[in-house]
Design a protein around this ligand. Structure first.
Ligand code: GRF
Length: 217
């Protein structure tokens, strides 16, 4: 698997994916990082891991066709065959979804379909979770389709919401879970264990139960 990671922020999920590759837990090559922001922290993390990173800001292109074509060119240059969105805040253009059908994953910091959709990103998700008073939230890895957060679900892990949780404490607990869940989901694709039937994602050898129970203390 020749992997591209798309990120707009700090890139802690990118780092977790990189660590899984280094530790031999993910059979992939981290080929390139793509960001829409020059200032995104992910560039620094990419440099530390020796992964090339590119900024493609849709706003600077005179037309969207050029931007879409440039995205495909960069991915072709690095022979990318799979994409992981990790805190990438721009909508994925249709040409990319078609070119990488069922080969683009995203991670979302809630149990989808709850607390997903347009505007539900970063702290907005955890704010909504706390305001709603749900007892459980979590992390979801899903395939990317043309809408926000609606594609078929690959893996989900629950995270309890505590009565004394702040935005920060809840976000940290969910992020901890994300860092384990995303490499695991990618490894399922890297090892050909995933079959997609409509909205359903079938996994050849489901995980042992002990994995599900692992949480941060
Ligand atoms: C994560 O919470 C992810 O679920 C969401 O954006 C955040 C990215 O964090 N899509 P990081 O940049 O990987 O630290």
């Amino acid at each position: 698997m020749n992997l591209a990671v798309f990120a707009s922020g700090g890139g802690s999920n990118f780092q977790a994916i990189g660590q899984a590759v280094t530790e031999g837990k993910l059979d992939a090559r981290l080929s390139v990082v793509v960001s829409n922001l020059e200032t995104a922290g992910v560039h620094e993390r990419a440099a530390l891991l020796g992964v090339p990173s590119h900024t493609l800001n849709p706003a600077i292109y005179s037309n969207q066709t050029d931007y879409h074509a440039h995205l495909l060119t960069v991915l072709a240059e690095y022979e990318v065959d799979f994409i992981a969105l990790a805190g990438y805040l721009k909508k994925i253009p249709q040409n990319l979804i078609e070119a990488f059908q069922n080969r683009i994953l995203n991670i979302h910091p809630s149990l989808l379909p709850a607390f997903g959709g347009k505007g539900m990103y970063g702290h907005h998700v955890h704010e909504a979770v706390l305001a709603h008073g749900v007892r459980w939230t979590g992390a979801t890895v899903h395939l990317v389709d043309a809408q926000y957060d609606t594609g078929p679900i690959v893996l989900q892990e629950p995270v309890p919401v505590r009565q004394d949780d702040s935005l920060e404490s809840l976000a940290a607990r969910v992020l901890y879970k994300e860092h384990r869940l995303y490499p695991e989901a990618l490894q399922l694709f890297a090892t050909g264990k995933v079959k997609i039937i409509g909205r359903k994602v079938e996994i050849a050898h489901p995980r042992p139960r002990s994995y599900h129970c692992a949480t941060q203390s």
